[in-house]
Design a protein around this ligand. Sequence first.
Ligand code: ATP
Ligand SMILES: Nc1ccn([C@@H]2O[C@H](COP(=O)(O)O)[C@@H](O)[C@H]2O)c(=O)n1
Length: 250
Amino acid sequence: MDSKAMNGKPSNKKIKVVFVLGGPGSGKGTQCAKIVEHFGFTHFSAGDLLRAETKSGSEYGTMIQNLMKEGKLVDSSIIVRLIQKAMLESENDKFLIDGFPRNEENRIAFEKIVNIEPEFLLFLDCPESELEKRLLSRNQGREDDNIETIKKRFKVFMESTLPVVSYYEQRGKVRKVNAAKLPEEVFEDIKAIFSSFQGNDIGYRQIAIEAKPERSASLIKCWLPFLCIISILLFLILFLLMSRTCTVFL
Ligand SMILES: Nc1ncnc2c1ncn2[C@@H]1O[C@H](COP(=O)(O)OP(=O)(O)OP(=O)(O)O)[C@@H](O)[C@H]1O
Ligand SMILES: Nc1ccn([C@@H]2O[C@H](COP(=O)(O)O)[C@@H](O)[C@H]2O)c(=O)n1
């Protein structure tokens, strides 16, 4: 699917989307930063987009803030429009969308509004006991990192997000990694997944590598007729000289 599907953005580039899901605190943000650095994706965190919206003075700000405090999900049309806007403003054609789709409604709204099928869904698998430990020691001043909200977020994850993972699993689109290891170890597994994805795909780096042979091939193509004409002329001159020499001798 090309980007025309993305609300008419004029470009021939094929937009690639990878969804990143996992329980709260599974390391989605941590790993996305590494993927961006190594594979040139642009990262959008659904949670960060919503937090930015609350700070922007938007009409939905207070409603979003209240839902987030409760660990509840925001209406799909709001979050999908924020993601779509961020994608349209970007020059990149490869996007990591983290913390999305959180429920079936999110998934269907993205399909309808943005109309791009994800390449795959990266799923960070981690037990709840480890997630709880990480969230309680995250210390980033998030209003939802308290035990009461954390429990609610776990419930939403089990009841609403896991069915989305199953949906993509049935379509062979889930790439699951064990996220209970050290961040660097988790990234080693992720690296293998993205390397094989880049291998099947024309990523930026591959285009850069192939640029030179393509240029020399087109140079040969453009000079070929001149080379032919010069060869024919040289052959004619040689032929004339030879026939003159023969006439003199005779
Ligand atoms: N593999 C890991 N081992 C231990 N701690 C980790 C690991 N990955 C991330 N962390 C830490 O756990 C906390 C949560 O990580 P991060 O913010 O990346 O998770 P997240 O999945 O994006 O969370 P959320 O869904 O709440 O936004 C952070 O303090 C981070 O430094
Ligand atoms: N698709 C989404 C994603 C997030 N939310 C709300 O934001 C909260 C924080 O999300 P993180 O990914 O940063 O953990 C989440 O608990 C939801 O309230 C959402 O509504 N829809």
